[in-house]
Ligand binder design. Structure first.
Ligand SMILES: [Zn+2]
Ligand SMILES: [Zn+2]
Length: 315
């Protein structure tokens, strides 16, 4: 049980809001972050401010169910009691009595609980790498559909004869509309330059060439870290994809906040800490929060950082 000596929060009086007490409350609130989403994790800096007060009020409203939340935590009071019970014995969101129950929780709630627990139990901040944009998804989707197309279920509307890839005649057609992919990034001339459009036709001597475009597409895939050889598949950002392939490829989970990429450096640090604490593997830990790494063992593009919600049936 975490104790405080003086009141913390709004109207805490002249002797309230002492640094150590404020830090204790901030740690407890962070350990309970799943109950006060979408509020963000607090800086555990011992300084009282609108963020911490708002977090206290929100917790009082949602968990303590006070009719009039006052934004203050008193020593031995109701709010502190609830914070301790919700946070669990070690001020963490895991452990006997305070275990996080991932069933029926959203991906976002699971991820927030994981991050809060990493902070409170393992004393580190797990960063989330910026999400992939629709443009990023589309660029790599088209490169894949043009070069390899390993999708079983997605077939381009205009296939190269005898293959499952986008027909070059279609891809290089100046009348084809690209929704999110900039053809200037993609198509290349024989001289490896960006083609030039004159009205609705390619300018003579500046038209796209297949081999050069193919080389460029491979470079795009490699630069994006799409599998070691650039051959892996990427879900499209649009549904249906809307690009020159006109396939019906599924939308990326990243774009609907159903997947996140953990920072690889932080992930490695976490693995080391879990090992040192004899606390099991990263995957055991993720499972407690109803999360998993579905692409960890993917043969073409293993992704140790990509996290999604584990289906409830597998919990
Ligand atoms: Zn497509
Ligand atoms: Zn990912």
């Amino acid at each position: 049980m975490v104790k405080i000596n003086r009141p913390v929060g709004q109207d805490a009086g002249p002797t309230g809001n002492q640094r150590a007490d404020v830090i204790a409350v901030q740690k407890l609130l962070n350990a309970c972050i799943r109950t006060i989403t979408p509020l963000r994790l607090l800086k555990e800096d011992g300084k009282i401010g609108p963020m911490t007060i708002n977090a206290i009020s929100t917790f009082q409203q949602r968990v303590v169910r006070l009719a009039r939340p006052d934004g203050r935590v008193d020593p031995g009071g109701k709010t502190l009691d609830h914070l301790n019970r919700t946070a669990g014995p070690a001020g963490a969101s895991t452990g006997a009595g305070g275990a996080f129950a991932p069933r029926a929780k959203t991906f976002k709630q699971r991820l927030d609980a994981l991050i809060a627990d990493i902070r409170s139990t393992h004393k580190m901040t797990m960063r989330i790498d910026p999400g992939r944009t629709v443009e990023w998804q589309q660029k790599h989707h088209v490169a894949h559909m043009f070069l390899y197309n390993k999708y079983k279920s997605h077939k381009p509307a205009n296939v190269e004869s005898g293959k499952r890839t986008i027909a070059w005649s279609h891809l290089s057609d100046p009348k084809v509309r690209w929704e999110r992919v900039d053809w200037k990034d993609f198509l290349r001339t024989k001289a490896n330059e960006v083609p030039v459009l004159e009205g609705t036709k390619w300018k003579a001597g500046h038209e796209p060439e297949e081999a050069a475009t193919r080389t460029n597409a491979k470079a795009i895939q490699k630069a994006g870290g799409i599998g070691s050889g650039g051959a892996a598949m990427v879900s499209s950002g649009l549904k249906p994809c809307g690009e020159p392939c006109k396939c019906s490829a599924g939308r990326s989970k990243h774009l609907d906040s159903k997947a996140a990429d953990l920072n690889t450096t932080d992930l490695a640090t976490l693995g080391t800490k879990l090992k040192a604490a004899k606390a099991g593997s990263i995957d055991d830990y993720l499972k407690k929060f109803g999360l998993h790494r579905p692409l960890l063992h993917h043969p073409k593009s293993p992704e140790s950082w990509h996290v999604e919600a584990l289906p409830d049936a597998k919990l």
